[in-house]
Design a protein. Sequence first.
Length: 369
Amino acid sequence: MIFEISNYLLGISDTFSFLRLVNYITFRSIMAALTAVAFVLIFSRHFILFVHRRSLLDQVRETGIDSAFDKRGTPTMGGLLIIGAVLVSMLLWGNWKNPFLLCSVAGMIWFGLLGLWDDLSKVRMKSGDKGMSERRKLLLQGLFAGVFAWVAAGPFSPLGPELATKLYIPFYKHPLLDLGPYAYGAFIFLFVLFVCNAVNITDGLDGLAITPSIFVVGVLGVFAYVEGNRIYSAYLHYPFIRDAGELTIFTAAFVGAGLGFLWYNAYPAQIFMGDTGSLAIGGTMAVVSVLLKQEMLFPLLGGLFLVEALTSQVQDKIGVRWLGRRVFYRAPLHHNLQHKGIAETKVVIRLWIMSGILALIALATLKLR
């Protein structure tokens, strides 16, 4: 809105020349982040009271960790605050004619609504284990992943035909492979499903998922700025992706919303993001990574999410189902650390540190190529 109005006024008279600021990505990114932070801080308390009155409270799952039951009755669906903050921020500062922004917002909203459905199902069933069925959830996730894969790898890709199906890896200047639309589309499909569920699995302790998410999205925002700039992308030997700079503004809004949410989600949490937030964040990470050709950076940048997902799946699919016994004491990783007697706050902060280190290493790949 502000972006469109400012450019309209600039076309009318030189009196409004100061509004040229809105054409700078850095300015709009800062304003988008501040807007999102302000939105969450202003509305969180009212939202928490609303959720309490409606009895939309967290339904604890059986994890084998006694401290988990201390959190029973905490308001959930806080992901709505994150989604709302990003949308309001982008309505003010975003360029809605940009296809990269449209794809990212679509992913955030789709997965957020899917998570909301799951959260409401758990509240209605009064059990953290009786939400939406895994089959239905994967089907609906796969529906978006399939459509997005067709868009990103198909003839109408915002990346253009010369980049749409190429696969890039960290530390290497040139595309590793051109997979073609079918193989690359299948890769995107699986990547989106994995990332959104990995974040969902990680969201198990107060503040655990949101801070690593801020690191990941923040680093992706830096990549968006570089790849959307012809000079910087050429200097650092990255593909120039026209209009990708708009993702810098989107990711800045997401970081701002995450920081505001952490104010209330840090231990002891006053509100949980729920599947509404974790799926929305995971879907956003996946879509932005694909649009920036950084899918293969995610195992490094989002290494914490990768480990959390793998420990959970190894425990469930290989250990319990195939071997008939546990591979780990508990799964995923954060519950295994709790089982060993490490306090929740120490587990969370140590995993934050690990995630921050991985984010710095991922950021170093900008130059180490």
